[in-house]
Design a protein around this ligand. Structure first.
Ligand SMILES: Cc1cc2nc3c(=O)[nH]c(=O)nc-3n(C[C@H](O)[C@H](O)[C@H](O)COP(=O)(O)OP(=O)(O)OC[C@H]3O[C@@H](n4cnc5c(N)ncnc54)[C@H](O)[C@@H]3O)c2cc1C
Length: 463
């Protein structure tokens, strides 16, 4: 329990109107986009790095947990304050401090909503590529903490590839700058990268320097419906190996397609077993040629129809359908566990076959969709919590999925992180020595274990 006088001290730091302590209000910050929940004792909306540093120092003195939170859209329980304490909500720190076309950088506070940043950057003829499906409601701080990816990672990479520098409040209360606003830099260890994907366990990110790209001159989007998953996989392989450099290469399987069919701006045959959604960016002539070649590969594999979006609005409708897949799957079953495994490109067909075998063996539907272009497949285990057989089959199914992924030399998570939900499976990927080194790092940053405890390494004790 955080003593009453400590709550008063926090109120004195941020202002009493920026602190919530009633159980009802605290429960609204107990969740993220998983089915995990735990209420904090207080919810605090800081306005600056200095305020955060003072709260963190209090946390060390009185040993209460501090869990950073952006928009709470995380898919692994990272923002769920599983051990109580204070949730630090960063959404008040939402200024875009600078967009500098000469340096090709933007400097932002962590609470900026990604979609807003992308639009403001594009208004200046520039481009910030990472585009998770949650762009309209997640924060850039959460993107850095999870190393968010998204559809255009195939060409442009993930959040990690766009973060030049960070300001971070360490779990011990010091404020540090990591990295720089230059395109290169090798002074000391690469602490910036260490914070990328650190899930709020190594510090609170309070300022981010981002690398920008020029806005692509043209983009084309195509959709192609296939009679079999194997034909779609064949087309993916051809597109990737022919040097057509797709910007995005997404696929949906039959169940997924069924959930978003009516949102698509064209009629997809009932018999379609898979849909590919492809984008290409670049110079208008080059884009035209690459899009035509991609359409040809799809047709050769029997895809019908193959649609090339004629207008930006039509392309946007295609991407909108893609972005709502995750909630749309709940039409099929009321509960789901979403995994985001990655396998080497050549192993995608083996992953899909293996998932179908697991689905038959465990008696649960496992629809898949996602980033066929980089091997990051969103694997969804659908179930009904009220049906005992289904509920009890979920964990063994997840273990089977991870075992298959490791067999195929893949990794457990491409962009959603470990948090709470994947922590029990970490040993399936990390060796004992690698785990021990990571735990030593965590202790070096956070000797009193106050920063987002219970995540990634739940059993870890204070030093
Ligand atoms: C419908 C839907 C679609 C999605 N699609 C994608 C997708 O395509 N690609 C993808 O990568 N992800 C996707 N996600 C997952 C999620 O949106 C991302 O992980 C996002 O980066 C989380 O941002 P957030 O602001 O909601 O962070 P939160 O959920 O609030 O927090 C996530 C983690 O970051 C930490 N954190 C947050 N802010 C800070 C900070 N300032 N300093 C330190 N730590 C911090 C938290 O402690 C927590 O561990 C999707 C989620 C949903 C619900």
């Amino acid at each position: 329990m955080i003593p009453e006088n400590v709550i008063r001290q926090i109120e004195a730091i941020v202002g009493p109107e920026q602190v919530l302590t009633s159980p009802e209000e605290c429960w609204t910050y107990a969740y993220d986009a998983t089915d995990q929940a735990h209420a904090p004792e207080a919810v605090v909306f800081p306005g600056s790095a200095e305020e955060i540093a003072r709260i963190v120092r209090l946390a060390n003195e009185h040993r209460f947990p501090v869990t950073p939170r952006g928009a709470g859209t995380g898919r692994s329980g990272g923002a769920v304050p599983i051990e109580g304490g204070v949730v630090l909500v960063l959404t008040r720190m939402n200024r875009i401090l600078e967009i500098n076309p000469a340096d090709l950088v933007a400097v932002v506070e962590p609470g900026v909503i990604l979609g807003r940043l992308k639009r403001e950057v594009e208004d200046r003829g520039l481009y910030y590529p990472p585009d998770p499906a949650s762009a309209e409601f997640c924060t850039i701080g959460g993107n850095v903490a999870e190393c968010a990816g998204g559809a255009v990672a195939v060409q442009y990479g993930v959040t990690r590839d766009y973060v030049l520098g960070l300001t971070v409040v360490l779990p011990t209360g010091e404020i540090i700058d990591a990295g720089s606003r230059t395109m290169k830099g090798v002074v000391g260890y690469d602490l910036t990268r260490l914070f990328l994907g650190s899930e709020g366990t190594l510090g609170v990110i309070t300022r981010i320097i981002l690398k920008l790209a020029p806005k692509p001159a043209a983009r084309q989007t195509l959709a192609a419906a296939f009679g079999t998953l194997a034909a779609a996989a064949q087309a993916v392989g051809q597109i990737l190996t022919a040097g057509l450099a797709p910007t995005a290469l997404e696929f949906m399987d039959r169940v997924t397609l069924g959930c978003v069919r009516e949102l698509l701006p064209f009629k997809v045959p009932e018999a379609a077993a898979a849909l590919l959604l492809v984008a290409v960016d670049g110079h208008p002539h080059d884009v035209e040629e690459r899009a035509a070649a991609i359409a040809r590969f799809c047709e050769e594999q029997g895809a019908t129809p193959v649609l090339r979006a004629r207008t930006a609005a039509e392309a946007e409708d295609l991407w909108k359908a893609r972005k709502v897949i995750s909630p749309a799957l709940l039409k099929v079953k009321p509960n789901k566990v979403s995994e985001d495994v990655v396998v080497p490109l050549g192993e995608i067909p083996a992953l899909i076959d293996g998932l179908q075998a697991i689905s038959r063996r465990r008696g649960l539907l496992i629809p898949c969709y996602g980033h066929a272009g980089d091997g990051n497949i969103h694997v969804n285990v659908l179930y009904d919590r009220k049906v005992e057989r289904e509920r009890e089959a979920v964990n063994p199914t997840v273990v089977d999925i991870f075992a298959l992924t490791r067999e195929l030399r893949g990794t457990l998570s491409g962009e959603h992180g470990i948090g709470l939900t994947k922590a029990p499976y970490l040993k399936m990927e990390l060796s004992e020595a690698a785990m021990a080194l990571q735990q030593r790092l965590k202790r070096a940053f956070d000797p009193n274990r106050i920063m987002n405890p219970g995540k990634i390494f739940p059993g870890l004790r204070a030093r």
